[in-house]
Write a protein that binds this ligand. Structure first.
Ligand code: MIG
Length: 744
């Protein structure tokens, strides 16, 4: 439908009439609007454009950092210069170009440039011949986004495919890379937005557009993709350390129907010696789907249940949906109505829509007063010992209205901006998760919150982790979860995962085995399945599959110290936990096309088996030295190898020069380990480190953490100077070399 973008009605901002210089900003008053260029940092520039005479209020949910240290800027005729960027402005018509100091043009306005068509705002941008695109938030499509279109409009689509343009989460952040030129664009507009990176008019351009609003984008220039992502997460914020238990394996289904079933499942994990940290209550724990209630028959004593779970090392996570049943006999509804917490129709009167509980009212999460009110309802859940909250249906999904969501004219408070749903839609789920996060922070002052959300907008990492919504038990959906989570990770959300085993349809033993093998290396590792599908727990397919699942879940637990290091890195500067090959090997061109392998941190290369019946696969080893984790065979990188993969083996490689901190297998993260095992994979230079904290509180922010560096040289381990702010439970180090015990 590329032709639907007609030329006729497009109005470009036009020529510059006057230039107004400000502190680190310059305003260009143009024939058809005003454009403001603001330098935030040497490599970060903000561009705003309006067709009105003045820019509107400066408001964003995504942006965490509002103040930036003053950056020296030189402004001369048509050129703004920072220590990293040269921004040149052509005046008639106005065109902005971003170049590096050595003159390489990173990106620029192209063709018709910036402007408007009807209510839409749009930017036509130049596309280089060899430019590749990544990020763009959540998409069940290719890793490299060149040639595809992403629509940012939070959508509940349980039948999505590789070609689906709009999913649950909207993160309009584009990463561009080509040899020697890297940049990012965060297009901060919460209206329905499209990144058309397919063929627009010709190969030489791409188009970013939103249904309404101002143009407001941030340009990130970096010497690498790493620097671009660091800049983006500096602007939109970084995740906090989650509680350590959230790194463990988690079990869910829609739904475990009673306390007895929950306890049975939990006990089965212990009996079968399959490690697990958390179990989920999906919607059927509630009384008629009324949020913040319990079904008195099937879940009569929730406190006793969470106590029982805690005794065997399990946390409980409960689902909370946004729709509040319209029932005056129900306290949340009554109280919310009395206090005016729910959305109203454009003409007044409550807005109602149908979801699980039947006719529902919807809190206006864009109102700070509503967020605080909603938050307090979580108190009882927490008092009952619930450990984490799962926010679902918050696109929002509303079944009885066109488009499966609210009408676009529903008014929202939007933190004082007073807008309609058209602008609030993409931040509805964001603000629901935020309300939950803020409540958990308030109610459990020094405990790290665990919030998982399905819908989100840019910056969600400050409040919640995400999963990829309703996938299906299909090989192709398993395969696509790799590029999907890689791009989410590059879009500022390192803590993410997909339903292991697949949500819709019946899983098979082989698929569960392969998916569990791979899922063990995703940041979030949860098995979940839909109502009406067959049992999908690790033991649901007989002994062989159970043994395989157990082995890989155990491997996950053995690797927890290494994984925890990576969570720490993500919390510090937004570095993805799960990484595309090009993150570590930017000069190796192969990595940009590989979407069926990934790296967990710098050291582990994972090559999942994503095809039924496969017993071998080609694995690309990037330019370096590698060890096969299973056979310890040594390989030179920069080549494809054939890796054997019988059902119980997923190809896994360790980069030479790594020291992997590990533990002996434990059954849940509450168990203490007496030793940290350092598994050394010698290379020309061999080093590693271990980050430790209490795994539960914010003490780590008060410097109560430990950091120990290790080096391996001449057959000996050297322990570096230790930052010892946290007293580790592990008392000793055991050294292995490529998995073999050595004397040291
Ligand atoms: O309309 O709560 O994505 O994980 O099990 C379906 C029931 C609602 C969708 C979620 C899924 C969850 C299910 N929910």
């Amino acid at each position: 439908m590329a032709l639907a973008m007609t030329d006729c009605a497009f109005t470009s901002v036009g020529s510059v009439i006057t230039v107004e210089k400000r502190d680190s900003a310059v305003d260009f008053v143009c024939k058809h609007g005003r454009v403001r260029v603001t330098v935030l940092a040497d490599g970060i520039v903000r561009v705003r454009a309006t067709r009105a005479t003045e820019l509107g209020p400066d408001f964003s949910y995504a942006v965490a950092r509002k103040r930036w240290p003053k950056t020296p800027v030189r402004i001369t005729a048509g050129i703004i210069r920072t220590r990293k960027l040269v921004i040149s402005i052509t005046k008639s018509p106005l065109r902005i170009a971003f170049a590096t100091l050595d003159g390489t043009v990173l990106n620029r306005d192209n063709g018709r440039g910036m402007g408007w068509e009807g209510a839409k705002c749009r930017s036509h941008r130049w596309r280089a011949r060899d430019e590749m695109f990544f990020g763009c938030g959540e998409s069940a499509g290719p890793l490299n986004k060149r040639g595809s279109t992403t629509t940012f409009w939070n959508t509940d689509d349980p039948n999505h495919t590789y070609a689906t343009e709009a999913l649950y989460i909207s993160i309009p952040f584009l990463i561009s890379t080509r040899p020697g030129a890297h940049y990012g664009i965060f297009w901060d507009n919460t209206h329905r937005t499209r990144f058309n990176l397919a063929q627009v008019e010709d190969e030489k351009q791409y188009v970013l557009e939103s249904d309404a609003g101002e143009i407001d984008y941030y340009f990130f220039a970096g010497d690498s993709i790493r620097e671009v992502v660091r800049g983006y997460t500096e602007l939109t914020g970084r995740m906090w350390m989650p509680p350590r238990w959230a790194l463990g394996y988690q079990q869910s289904r829609w739904s475990y129907m009673s306390t007895d079933e929950i306890m049975d499942i939990a006990r089965s994990f212990r009996e079968r010696k399959i490690p697990c940290d958390a179990i989920y209550c999906d919607i059927d724990y509630m009384d008629g789907y009324r949020v913040f209630t319990w079904n008195p028959k099937t879940f009569p004593k929730p406190r006793a249940m969470t106590d029982g779970l805690r005794k065997i090392g399990f946390k409980l996570v409960t689902i909370i949906d946004p729709g509040v049943k319209n029932d005056n006999g129900y306290s949340v509804c009554r109280d919310g109505k009395k206090k005016g917490m729910f959305l109203e129709n454009a003409v007044g009167g409550w807005f109602t829509g149908t979801v699980w509980p039947g006719e529902c009212l919807f809190p206006d999460f864009t109102n700070p007063r509503v967020r605080a009110w909603w938050g307090l309802w979580h108190k009882e859940l927490l008092d009952l010992g619930v450990a984490g909250i799962w926010n679902d249906m918050n696109e929002p999904a509303v079944w009885n209205h066109p488009g499966g969501t609210m009408p676009l004219d529903i008014p929202h408070e939007y933190d004082g901006q007073h807008v309609t749903h058209a602008r609030a839609h993409n931040v509805y789920g964001f603000n629901m998760a935020r309300a939950c996060h803020e409540a958990l922070r308030k109610l459990r002052r020094d405990e790290r919150p665990f919030v998982i959300t399905r819908a989100a907008y840019a910056g969600i990492q400050r409040y919640s982790m995400v999963w990829t919504g309703d996938n299906q038990s299909l090989w192709e959906q398993f395969a696509v979860s790799i590029p999907e989570c890689l791009n989410l990770s590059l879009s500022g959300v390192p803590f993410c995962g997909a339903d292991v085993g697949g949500f819709g349809r019946d899983c098979t033993g082989e698929l569960l085995a392969r998916w569990t093998q791979a899922g063990a290396f995703f940041p979030f590792f949860r098995n979940h399945t839909a109502v009406g599908t067959r049992q999908q727990e690790p033991w649901a397919f007989g002994m062989e599959i159970e043994d395989i699942c157990r082995a890989y879940i155990r491997l996950r637990y053995r690797l927890l110290p290494y994984l925890y290091n990576l969570f720490r890195e993500a919390a510090l500067d937004g570095t993805p936990i799960m990484r595309p090959l090009f993150w570590e090997f930017p000069d190796d061109p192969h990595g940009y096309a590989i979407d069926d392998q990934f790296l967990l941190g710098p050291s582990l290369l994972i090559a999942p088996i994503v095809k039924p019946g496969a017993t071998a696969r080609a694995v690309y080893l990037p330019e370096d030295q590698w060890y096969d984790y299973w056979t310890k065979q040594h390989f030179k990188g920069g080549q494809y190898i054939a890796a054997s993969a019988p059902l119980d083996r997923m190809p896994l490689f360790v980069r030479a020069g790594s020291i992997l901190p590990m533990t002996k297998p434990i059954e849940h993260t509450g168990q203490k380990t007496e030793a940290i095992i350092l598994d050394v994979y010698p290379g020309p230079k061999t080093a590693g480190y271990l980050y430790e904290d209490d795994g539960a509180t914010f003490d780590y922010k008060r410097s109560r953490y430990s950091l120990t560096r290790f080096e391996w040289a001449d057959g000996k381990l050297r322990i570096g100077k230790r930052k010892a702010g946290y007293q580790s439970a592990a008392k000793l180090y055991r050294v292995l070399v490529a998995g073999r015990e050595v004397r040291s």
